[in-house]
Design a protein around this ligand. Structure first.
Ligand code: NAD
Length: 341
């Protein structure tokens, strides 16, 4: 498994492989860039099929965090961690304590928080071993409602830009993944009168949004070709790819998942087809913005900053039109200008 020649290696500052024999911990921490401050980004626990798959994920996700934190105006660099394990693993106490000890060896160069497969209670366990954890109970807490708020406002910005309207009332929105963020997103969209079509691999999560928000449930493979206005990917990455793009009827792709484009050329394909893409790390920055307020937590200030996502996205969309470039390219360039001072 090559690291420096890996296709997703992007001048990462540090990549750390962690192993703890007693708990069985196998984790990778990737610190992409610390120009703007200590690296901050969540920890994902996933049943990766291979170490290489986990490495690819952590390299891509950590790079995304550098760009996300920069464009959100945060004094934080980009990093991420992955634990190679079934998200339903039972020995969480031992595993997250070992993970916390590993984070601690980095001396504050990287702060971790929750991501897919990891909950705030796991973060609290790791926090017993190290101060370098964020999104703590009693402080900024669960970032998901803030990620959902930013995603909801991002969807509104996309609709405003494409159709010139301020309301989502009556619009049909397909949501892939109704977990932590997807659930809160459904609530915002339902409250504004949007019609929801949802999918997930967990029946209980689907039952909840069907009951509470009248969402229509479809099978996972049927989410792409729904006759909807907006497709909101809110599960895992790379769902915009050669197979799914021809199926899309939606004219907007805007959701909270990280790394939505399988490759950057898929952003070009969306543009060619007149599908407006809200770059993932711009629209889903709400959670990390909330985490950035961890010290002296102030929910009002945090919410105000999350609301800036609306205008940031409008700017990206306008520049994309004016320069005839993909929205992803424009966002990357704006972020790089900040990272490189
Ligand atoms: P989560 O694990 O709570 O939710 C993900 C949901 O997707 C789960 O309910 C899962 O069952 C479902 N899912 C998995 N594979 C699926 C498939 N093939 N088809 C349909 N559903 C599937 O995670 P989350 O915290 O809600 O995060 C969702 C996405 O948003 C992830 O990509 C994450 O990296 C990203 N994100 C989350 C946050 C946050 O604050 N939690 C912040 C930024 C980005």
């Amino acid at each position: 498994m090559a690291v420096f020649n890996h296709i997703s290696f992007d001048d990462h500052e540090q990549v750390v492989f962690c192993h703890d024999k007693e708990s069985g911990l196998r984790a990778i921490i990737a610190i992409h860039n610390t120009n703007l401050g200590p690296a901050v980004g969540g920890c994902r626990m996933w049943n990766y099929e291979s170490d290489d798959e986990a490495l690819t994920d952590v390299l891509r996700l950590s790079r995304g965090m550098t760009y996300k934190n920069a464009l959100a105006g945060l004094a934080m660099g980009g990093g991420k961690s992955v634990i190679i394990a079934d998200p339903k693993v039972e020995n969480r106490e031992a595993l997250f304590r070992a993970f916390g000890r590993c984070i601690h060896t980095l001396g504050g160069k990287y702060y971790s928080a929750e991501d897919v497969g990891v909950s705030t209670s796991d973060i609290m366990i790791a926090h017993q071993e190290t101060p370098y954890m964020a999104g703590l109970e009693g402080k900024s807490g669960d970032p998901s409602p803030f990620t959902a708020l930013g995603t909801y406002l991002g969807i509104k910005a996309a609709v405003k830009h494409q159709r010139g309207i301020d309301s989502l009332k009556g619009l049909k929105i397909a949501i892939q993944g109704v977990g932590h963020v997807g659930y809160y997103l459904c609530r915002h969209l339902h409250e504004e009168g949007a019609e929801l079509i949802v999918t997930d691999i967990h029946q209980s999560s689907l039952d909840k949004v069907a009951t509470e928000f009248g969402a229509t449930v479809v099978a996972p493979q049927d989410i792409y070709h729904q006759d909807v206005d907006i497709y909101a990917p809110c599960a895992l990455g790379a769902t915009i790819n050669d197979t799914t793009i021809p199926l899309l009827k939606a004219k907007i792709v805007a959701g909270c998942a990280n790394n939505q484009l399988a490759e950057s050329r898929h952003g070009e394909k969306l543009k060619e087809l007149g599908i407006l893409y809200a770059p993932d790390y711009v629209i889903n920055a709400g959670g990390i913005i909330n985490v950035s307020f961890e010290k002296d937590y102030d929910e009002q200030k945090s919410t105000k900053k999350v609301e800036e996502i609306y205008n940031t996205l409008l700017k990206v969309f306008e520049m994309s039109d004016a320069q005839n470039r993909t929205t992803a390219d424009v966002a990357d360039e704006l972020a790089r200008a900040i990272i490189n001072g």
